[in-house]
Design a protein around this ligand. Structure first.
Ligand code: FAD
Length: 472
């Protein structure tokens, strides 16, 4: 665990005093102003960063968020917005002594309209709870990820989270129809909309999708939710080479096209690590260098099942797929998804893990894993790759028993240089946060970074919102 406040130059912000705390207590009520037991709010999910905040605020609504920010801006008190604190780039925890603004209490699903498919939800609603509410009327949230039981929809929007259904529903820039955000000066920016089509000037909502709490605090949003598919089938298949993986992906797009809803890759070491750490997992097949999880979602069970079975048997005939299982039984579908969801957790269960979330051209998708194995040699316990193949998004992981400076130097900045040379993205879906801000220039040119800085200054002239993150 890194206590980074020692290494970071604290910005020129005011120091919190008793008067500030009393002010917040009056504003929010004593119960919602925490000054003790703040460990969980100060430490990031990966346990790589520990901040030193002395205060956590839990407003209940937009007006309270606005009043908190107005005061902080006037007093020059720095603030870090926090959702479920499942982010993987150290964006959601304080770096020095920023006040933690937790969105936990803005947790209501305000409406779900069965006819339009539009849901309106507060930012602090846990993704899984939001999905459950949508499912009550036959809809689903078009976003699913392993952290769904803890992450907030506002955190998802602020990181432009991807997850396992981007192949089907696209990312949040498409599904989020409107946003309400509170700016650093307390102003409430109402960009709520209930329409897909709204070309009235600049599309400002997009600025808050993926800006990681640096431009404003998202308090509410409207989202287009598709209907729950009547039939969901999952195939879990074993393959011999990455070349076969690519052929199978092309075949999946060609033959399953309109019902394909997920296409994930897990390599052997990633799978084996999860199976070793979590004995409750059951892999239906074993002993292959690569595994793919392919999901279809459609409206006709028999038709979909026939299609996916044919896709598998043709792949087997061509020798691209070596073994596999297909199921449409909800319990078994969940069991297979559980394997995929536990892969990232398996890698951090008992080890330190350097995690990279990169977009790479598909033909070069897996090469970096082999290169990294070579570079790290026996210093690393596991070097593996898994991820959202359907979106060209690889999660490269390098595990070792504990943080190891030698490995660190072998992987960084090499992995970013490698990605940049291939014109990939150094952060496909997790964002920049604190951990990657020194590497932003590998994916954004200097002119773009200058414009980002200017935008930040315009929205937050005092720099109180999530300082030390994203931009240097
Ligand atoms: P936090 O971690 O609390 O915050 C993330 C960032 O958003 C911070 O910069 C924070 O300041 C800001 N923020 C949070 N809420 C707000 C708000 N209301 N307004 C303004 N700023 C805000 N990510 C993916 O994209 N795809 C995956 O498949 C995926 N799988 C994961 C699996 C596991 C097991 C884990 C632990 C994480 C995974 N993640 C994944 C990363 C993480 O879950 C996502 O980034 C998620 O969107 C973060 O949501 P959160 O509510 O936890 O946000």
């Amino acid at each position: 665990l890194t206590q980074i406040s020692d290494h970071v130059q604290r910005g020129n912000y005011a120091e919190l005093n008793d008067k500030d705390v009393s002010h917040f207590e009056q504003l929010l009520g004593k119960n919602h102003v925490l000054t003790e037991d703040l460990e969980g709010y100060n430490i990031c999910f990966l346990k790589r960063i520990r901040g030193n905040s002395k205060l956590v605020l839990k407003p209940a609504n937009t007006a309270e968020v606005s009043a908190v920010l107005r005061y902080c801006n006037e007093r020059r008190l720095a603030v870090v917005p926090q959702g479920g604190n499942t982010g993987l780039v150290g964006g959601s925890v304080p770096i020095c002594d920023e006040i933690v603004l937790s969105l936990q209490r803005l947790n209501k699903v305000l409406s779900v309209d069965e006819v339009t498919g539009i849901a309106i939800v507060e930012a602090g609603c846990i993704l899984e709870n939001f999905d459950q509410r949508a499912r009550d009327v036959g809809l689903t949230v078009p976003l699913d990820l392993g952290a769904k039981a803890s992450c907030h929809i506002g955190g998802n929007v602020s990181t432009n989270a991807g997850g396992v259904r981007v192949v089907r529903y696209g990312n949040l820039h498409g599904s989020v129809l409107g946003i309400e955000a509170v700016l650093a000066n307390g102003q409430v920016l109402d960009l709520m909309s209930n329409f897909k089509k709204d070309n009235t000037g600049y599309h400002m909502k997009h600025l808050f999708i993926g800006s990681e709490g640096t431009l404003g605090v998202v308090t509410k949003l409207s989202m287009l939710c598709p209907h729950v598919s009547k039939a969901v089938n999952v195939a879990f298949i074993g393959l011999n080479s990455f070349e076969d993986v690519l052929k199978t992906f092309v075949s999946a797009k060609r033959n399953l096209g309109e019902i394909l809803s997920s296409c994930e890759l897990i390599d052997e070491l990633a799978l084996n690590t999860a199976l070793t750490q979590f004995k409750f997992l059951n892999s239906p097949i074993s002993g292959y260098p690569f595994y793919m999880l392919i999901e279809t979602s459609g409206s006709n069970g028999a038709h979909d099942e026939e299609k996916i079975n044919q896709f598998i048997s043709e792949g087997m005939e061509r020798g691209e797929i070596l073994d596999g299982t297909v199921t449409g039984e909800p319990g078994k579908v969940q069991e297979i998804w559980k394997i995929r969801e536990m892969v990232p957790l398996g890698l951090i269960e008992k080890s330190f893990c350097f995690k990279y979330d990169i977009s790479l051209p598909l033909r070069d998708f897996y090469g970096i894993v082999d290169v990294m194995r070579e570079r790290c040699g026996p210093l690393a316990t596991v070097v593996c790759g898994y991820g959202h193949l359907g979106d060209s998004n690889l999660h490269l992981n390098v595990s070792c028993e504990q943080f190891n400076e030698d490995i660190y130097k072998r992987v960084e900045p090499f992995v970013y240089e490698y990605t940049s040379k291939l014109k990939g993205s150094i952060s496909a879906e997790h964002g920049i946060g604190f951990l990657k801000k020194d590497y932003l220039h590998y994916s954004k040119n200097p002119v773009a970074i200058d414009w980002m800085r200017d935008m930040k200054k315009m929205f937050d002239p005092n720099g109180i919102l999530n300082p030390y993150k994203m931009l240097n």
